[in-house]
Design a protein around this ligand. Structure first.
Ligand code: SF4
Length: 250
């Protein structure tokens, strides 16, 4: 994609600014693909079969091509608004950022959220045979395949979003800015939605076979406690309005 095409696309009115900041990146299931700039760029860039293959060199070449164009646009915008990009991050800032990343990584909530990914991994590894039973379950009216898909989509996403939320909260406490909605609340909201959906997906499994009920309940209870902890730590997260996804109540 050349710079003019990218510029033209960016200016299209149909796109909701920042919609992709608080989504779950599950584009195949997203109801707002037509309003998402990120989706449109990737569709235009990777729609031919060769480029769709992530292992194909063309994928990475195209990605760096977009990066080059995006950086060029950034430089143009900085020039227009008289922002000196060189002075934006000093070594001091970088060190501070690294320290905050470390604090977030060590935060109890982040550790718990990340451990969920491993718990899911272990749960499925111990019950590998269950993957072969999805057709039988479907005949019995239980959509195990979809439940697995949901659980596995969010398995690491939850840890990543909770960490981002905590990382943001640490930063916001130091550099309070009320002018913009809080990114930490937005990230926490997406994490909470992912937790809610994961709980619903786990709850499907015992409908197929009751012998999974106990281990499933453990997972649900873990997620429920995680959700409560996220809400206690970031009490405004649920009311965060995600551009394109949440409505502002009158
Ligand atoms: S907003 Fe929707 S289409 Fe855009 S990146 Fe997120 S999930 Fe994908």
């Amino acid at each position: 994609m050349n710079r003019d095409r990218l510029k033209k696309l960016v200016e299209e009115k149909r796109f909701i600014p920042g919609i992709y900041n608080y989504c779950d990146r599950w584009c195949e299931r997203c109801p707002q693909t037509s309003r998402c700039l990120k989706f449109s760029i990737s569709e235009e860039e990777f729609s031919d079969p060769e480029a769709q293959d992530i292992r194909n060199e063309a994928f990475w070449n195209k990605l760096s091509e977009i990066l080059g164009e995006a950086l060029e646009l950034l430089r143009e915008a900085a020039k227009k608004w008289e922002i000196d990009l060189e002075t934006l991050s000093s070594m001091d800032d970088i060190e501070k950022m690294e320290a905050k990343d470390k604090d977030a990584d060590n935060h109890l909530l982040c550790r718990a959220a990340k451990s969920y990914g491993k718990m899911v991994e272990d749960w499925f590894r111990e019950r590998e045979g269950l993957f072969l039973e999805t057709a039988v379950a479907a005949k019995e009216g239980v959509n195990l395949e979809e439940a697995f898909e949901v659980i596995q989509w969010y398995q690491y996403f939850i840890g990543a979003k909770v960490t981002r939320a905590i990382r943001g909260k640490i930063g916001e406490e130091e550099e309070r800015c009320d002018e913009f909605p809080s990114d930490s609340d937005g990230s926490a909201k997406v994490a909470l939605i992912a937790i809610d959906r994961s709980i619903s997906a786990w709850a499907v499994i015992p409908h197929y076979n009751h012998r999974y009920a106990e281990s499933v309940l453990e997972m649900i209870s873990f997620l429920d406690r995680l959700s409560q902890a996220v809400e206690e730590t970031l009490p405004n997260a649920r009311s965060f309005i995600r551009p394109g996804f949440d409505r502002i109540n009158p």
